[in-house]
Structures are given as structure tokens and as C-alpha cells.
Design a binder for this molecule. Structure first.
Ligand code: SF4
Ligand code: SF4
Length: 142
């Protein structure tokens, strides 16, 4: 089973994505592509498309609820890295839940991660071998 984010993308169409301009590649090599941002205030940029109505980040390649990919995944802003999928690390995630529900998708539950235990593979888009294990859960009743 693939990671739930790969068939979602809801949070990238739900929140303003703002961050300090120093995170951009205008200031930091390998940073967020400044061409995909717009100024928010004196110190901050935001991802284009996330300070508008409706919200949709310009870097999102998705049909929400079907497939989803961040086209600048390796260079995405810190605020994006901080949004955990609900229950991926054993706790609910308010931003994830709110975004999914706003798109008519069910909030994730701990059961959405059981496949990862069986496969011994977290298959996280960020996988660097350091992801914490999924919490132990009782077996699913037949
Ligand atoms: S963090 Fe949650 S809302 Fe965002 S893409 Fe993943 S499952 Fe969807
Ligand atoms: S930069 Fe990537 S992860 Fe962040 S909101 Fe845009 S598409 Fe989503």
C-alpha cells in the first residue's frame, strides 16, 4: 500500500504556506525556488497560490484524493515538512485532519498505517531510514 499522502494532497490546497525569505534559493542554495513564491511582507514569502482563494500551491501536482506529488519535494519549505500525516508517528495531526475533511476525505487513523508494519517498510516520501516505527497495534479482527 502506498503512503496516504501520495493519494491525497489536501493540505497543499488548504493553508497559506508562508516562510522566511532566507529559506528561498535566492538566499540559500537548494532552498525553495523563489520563482514559485510571492512576497507576503517584509520578511516572509509564501508559495504562489496559497495566498488566494481558492488555495492551491503552485508546486502541487495532484488530483486531490486520487494522486498527489509535491514537484519541489526536496526543496519544499520548512512549514510543509512540519505537517505530519495523521497517526503516521502515533498521534493525530490537526492540520492533516482538517484538510482531508474539507475535501470530503476521511481523517486518517492508526489503522491506515498497519500495512507498514507488515511490510517493515515505511515508504515515506521523506524516507531516510530514520523514520520512527509505527506504534504497535493489536491485530485487526477478522
Ligand atoms: S499530510 Fe494529510 S492532508 Fe497532507 S497530503 Fe498527507 S494525508 Fe493529505
Ligand atoms: S511546496 Fe509542496 S508540500 Fe508545500 S504546499 Fe506546495 S505542493 Fe504542498
Amino acid at each position: 500500500m502506498p503512503h496516504p499522502c501520495l493519494s491525497c494532497g489536501a493540505c497543499c490546497t488548504q493553508y497559506r504556506v508562508a516562510f522566511h525569505w532566507m529559506e528561498s534559493d535566492a538566499a540559500t542554495e537548494g532552498g525553495v525556488p523563489v520563482a514559485l513564491t510571492e512576497p507576503l511582507d517584509r520578511h516572509r514569502l509564501c508559495m504562489r497560490g496559497t495566498h488566494s482563494d481558492p488555495i492551491r500551491c503552485v508546486a502541487l501536482d495532484a488530483e486531490v484524493g486520487v494522486y498527489s506529488r509535491c514537484s519541489i519535494h526536496a526543496n519544499r519549505p520548512s512549514v510543509c515538512r512540519e505537517v505530519d500525516a495523521s497517526w503516521e508517528y502515533g498521534a493525530p495531526g490537526e492540520q492533516c485532519d482538517k484538510a482531508r475533511i474539507a475535501h470530503g476525505l476521511p481523517a486518517l487513523t492508526a489503522a491506515d498505517w498497519r500495512w507498514r508494519d507488515a511490510a517493515d517498510n515505511d515508504d515515506h516520501p521523506d524516507d531516510n531510514g530514520n523514520s520512527p516505527p509505527t506504534p504497535r497495534l493489536p491485530p485487526i479482527a477478522a
